[in-house]
Design a protein around this ligand. Structure first.
Ligand code: ATP
Ligand code: MG
Length: 398
């Protein structure tokens, strides 16, 4: 075993000491064999959630109804899930019931793809019941068992196949792809949040063009909001598209390609969080500003720093410009102020200067004008200079 499995090893040891079985499972084993960076470590066990809660001091019952608890160990979180089989997915959203079992074979069999159905024990031995390793070697995505029935059980797996091809650069095996085509209509009934989650990963994969290629070939636009009304969007994605790290970047891009669809429509149709919404609005706003004015101090000032690299990815994806993150950072570092609080004058000061005028929108407008002058270096950020400037530019009140 190597890190990060070594750090997690005591969890497996502790479970085994209490006479239950435990394995590392899923994405972490896949990524370990691929020598890719390992994300979360998931553990699968014959112990029930109750038993896990009894034998570990720090357990968070995150998804106890489907058998998952989080064990905290050395300041890390580990999802520990009881071996289980899923009942029917009648509403096509979540399995109706799960049944805990005491044997790992059936647990691996319920997993979506052969490359995700690998387990590893405490000695580093791989349990590979469905030839996942040979599919890893051949770079192939293939369902565990019959494709049509596996995709009918949970149509999200169709989107997951696309996202794994985008993340790993793997081909989708022919009969698996045929099954995706047969079952694709079921995508319509999925909970939107689940789709959005997988789409985010699809657009962020290192092999995003492969994922998009399969997405287009699958022709699922009519089952997805917004694309349904504007199929061309899906087929006209730019050739220079770069992996986009968040869904806010994706929405900003799609909105720029099709301004008729507002960001708010995207947000409500794709059930996005407020955070994603704010990001998309900022990025699209920055892009509109950039097209008119280019990269200038006001853009660096207004765009939140956390969105800088997303903005650069967006520009480069639209292939119009080759701009480096460093250019934006250089401009930002030269800014005389970083936020409006840094101005040497505030609303109260302005009110005091004009005691005969009532407070109102003029205050804010004036502050914005002053801010702009300061940012472009046309006005020094001192109380004296700003007051002098105001004398020449008094508020216009009608
Ligand atoms: P990532 O590195 O992106 O987290 P992952 O393979 O760990 O990839 P998860 O979505 O975290 O993907 O799921 C963990 C594991 O659970 C998968 O590897 C797979 O074995 C199983 N799994 C997840 N979702 C499904 C599903 N819809 N149907 C069947 N198995 C699934
Ligand atoms: Mg995972």
């Amino acid at each position: 075993l190597t890190e990060p499995f070594l750090t997690a090893k005591p969890i497996l040891e502790h479970i085994e000491k209490h006479h239950h079985q435990a394995y590392f499972v899923g994405g972490c084993v896949r990524d370990f064999l691929l020598k890719r960076p390992i994300g979360d470590i998931d553990i699968t066990t014959s112990a029930t959630p109750d038993q896990i809660q009894k034998i570990f001091p720090k357990v968070i019952p995150v998804g106890i109804e489907h058998g998952t608890v989080v064990v905290r160990h050395e300041h890390q979180s580990y999802e520990v899930t009881t071996f289980r089989v899923d009942g029917d997915y009648i509403d096509k959203r979540h399995p109706d019931s799960v049944t805990f079992i005491d044997n790992i074979d059936k647990d691996l069999e319920r997993r979506d793809f052969t490359i995700n159905a690998l387990a590893m024990n405490i000695k580093g031995e791989i349990l590979d019941l469905f030839n996942g390793r040979s599919d890893l070697k051949a770079k192939v995505i293939r369902t565990v068992g019959n494709g049509e029935s596996r995709f009918s059980e949970d149509a999200l797996r169709i989107i997951r196949a696309l996202r794994f091809s985008s993340q790993l650069g793997f081909k989708i095996e022919d009969s698996t792809f045929d099954a995706m085509i047969h079952v694709k209509k079921e995508i319509e009934s999925l909970a939107m949040e689940r789709i959005t989650n997988e789409f985010t990963k699809l657009f962020s994969g290192s092999y995003v063009h492969l994922g998009i290629h399969y997405l287009q070939k699958l022709e699922i636009h009519q089952y997805l909001p917004v694309f349904r009304e504007h199929p061309e969007l899906m087929y006209n994605l730019p050739k220079s598209l770069q992996p986009l790290k968040s869904f806010g970047e994706v929405i900003a891009l799609l909105h720029i390609l099709k301004p008729e669809v507002s960001i708010l429509s995207w947000m409500s149709a794709w059930k996005c969080s407020n955070k994603i919404k704010q990001e998309a609005i900022q990025l699209a706003g920055a892009y509109a500003y950039f097209k008119k004015n280019g990269l200038d101090p006001l853009l660096a000032y207004r765009l939140k720093e956390e969105y800088y690299d997303g903005f650069i990815r967006l520009l480069n994806s639209l292939s119009l410009y080759t701009i480096q993150l460093q250019q934006l950072i250089n401009i930002q570092e030269q800014l005389p102020i970083q936020k409006s609080k840094d101005l040497s004058i505030n609303g109260n000061d302005l009110m005091a200067l004009f005691p005969n005028i009532k407070g109102g929108p003029w205050l804010k407008q004036m502050l914005i004008m002053i801010e702009k002058e300061v940012i472009f270096g046309r006005l020094q950020n001192t109380e004296y200079d700003i007051k002098e400037w105001i004398k020449w530019n008094p508020p216009e009140i009608n």
